[in-house]
Design a protein around this ligand. Structure first.
Ligand code: PNS
Length: 173
């Protein structure tokens, strides 16, 4: 029995795990594309929803988690979690070796570069890996999706069905 436990712990500890953090307010097809790429590189991806985000989110933490759970329901080796406080502390607690961030355009670079280097300064054992989403998602952002939905536009090409529905309800006139 003890051997089985030790074996299970060994498997758990030797897993290559990465954190994909974000606000996910709400999750878009661009996020899902990045997750799809990341899961080919790691044994497990932890999609981590920031709890104490300084931005005022449209969707509550519970709503953002639920929408992610629905979008990732049938996808292996992806887990949805929430985190509070420093990202690198969460990564260490999860025994993750990397943080994944999507890079859409040069305009993302400055902030992402700063964050990656600051995270490295805070915790040298966690690498940041940038992944480029499919070209058709390079102009996609949660912020624009919310704006389009708020103004009555169709967002079904940009987000999973349940997210489009949830946006419709938020902005029902
Ligand atoms: O989807 P976002 O809003 O671009 O995600 C930003 C996020 C949540 C990844 C970032 O704000 C973050 O890591 N917050 C946790 C607090 C933290 O560790 N701050 C120091 C970053 S150098």
């Amino acid at each position: 029995m003890l051997d089985v436990r030790r074996w299970a712990l060994n498997v758990l500890y030797s897993m290559k795990r990465a954190i994909y953090p974000g606000s996910f307010d709400p999750v878009t097809n661009g996020h899902l594309d990045v997750i799809g790429r990341a899961r080919k590189l790691f044994d497990e991806i932890v999609v981590a929803v920031a709890h104490n985000d300084e931005k005022q989110p449209l969707f509550s933490l519970e709503e953002r988690l639920a929408l992610l759970h629905q979008a990732l329901d049938k996808i292996d080796n992806v887990r949805v979690a929430q985190f509070d406080g420093l990202l690198v502390e969460f990564a260490v607690a999860e025994k993750a070796s990397a943080v994944i961030r999507g890079l859409r355009a040069v305009s993302d670079f400055e902030f992402e570069f700063q964050m990656a280097l600051m995270n490295r300064k805070l915790e040298d054992s966690v690498e940041t890996i940038f992944l480029m989403p499919k070209e058709e998602y390079t102009y996609l952002s949660s912020r624009l999706v919310k704006e389009i939905a708020r103004l009555g536009g169709n967002v079904s090409d940009f987000v999973p069905g349940p997210v489009a529905e949830a946006l419709g309800k938020k902005f029902a006139r």
